[in-house]
Design a protein around this ligand. Sequence first.
Ligand code: AMP
Ligand code: MG
Length: 358
Amino acid sequence: MSDAEGLQTRVVPVDSMSPDPAVIAEAAALLQAGRLVAFPTETVYGLGANALDPAAVRRIFVAKDRDPDDPLIVHIARASDVEMVAADVPALARELAERFWPGGLTLVLPRGERIAPEVSAGRRTVAVRMPSHPVARALIEAAGVPIAAPSANRFMRTSATTAAHVLDDLAGRIDMVLDAGPATAGIESTVVELEGDRVTILRPGAVTREMLEEALGRPVDVRGREAAAGPASPGMLERHYAPRARLVYLPGVMAPDVAAQARESAAAGVRVGLLLADEDAPGIEEEGLAVERLGPANDLERVAARLFAALRALDAAGVEVIYARGFARTGAGLAIDDRLRRASAAGREGGTGRAESG
Ligand code: AMP
Ligand code: MG
């Protein structure tokens, strides 16, 4: 058993639009005392700690079993607080913050002196964003310090988009969960790096490449997967976002053929599940195969919002192998494809059909 266990994790419901100030004050006091509080953001649930307190930040790594080399994102309540987090805020960063904050865009900037080095896993840069969720904003504001918060799940597992998911992974390991219902975007923030006037997406996410290109009026690069596996881009692990079941991701395969593969494995005695679009499901569901509908294939934001919850639902149903169809790689589809690829890479290396939890 890890030394992270043994805490009483309190789950406290809060209104997502106007959270009770007394509840927020209590959660903020825990953060100020160096404790861990999971809270909703518009992307996914975050596991927060005071970013100025090295001991508090180390607790995040212990609670998640997170690789100490995988840096955390710092969350702020006001755009001007970026000065407290970063040593330098170039004009381009200000421009992007102006356009996309509060919201799902994370900027990688030179790390400010007050930020615990553990946040950046020893690097000279720090990732920062200002979330839009009223509960997140109220909590960070009340804590009065920047809050380091990775997704509130065990390392390498599927990100938590509800308080129930947080508890599944972290009960007994953290002090409190603020429950404001499901996270709306359901997919993590987009992480970008700035170099001169170039913007490079290190991790596709809630803010799409198209949105960035439209705002900047020029092309935005996406860091290639080979480069992403290298040390230059910390934490962009090939194995990530993994369900317990083995995931077979089949981009470019038509839904009926995805179903045919699943059927074949079911006939061989494997408990299978399918991740499909709404329009693929009729007929296949009737065969008794476990199907999670992600939404209409042309509504990529809805598919992204459902993805992690659907993976967790199939795990809860006890399936051994999940067959997933692909979606268009535009808009939110770039992030959907990224997560499914990484989740399936983890399954392959899991070997036994159960990915390691990291
Ligand atoms: P999460 O687990 O959602 O908090 O994701 C944090 C991710 O943000 C990391 O895994 C990295 O991919 C990225 N990130 C955080 N800090 C940095 C940094 N200093 N440089 C580059 N990427 C970073
Ligand atoms: Mg994460």
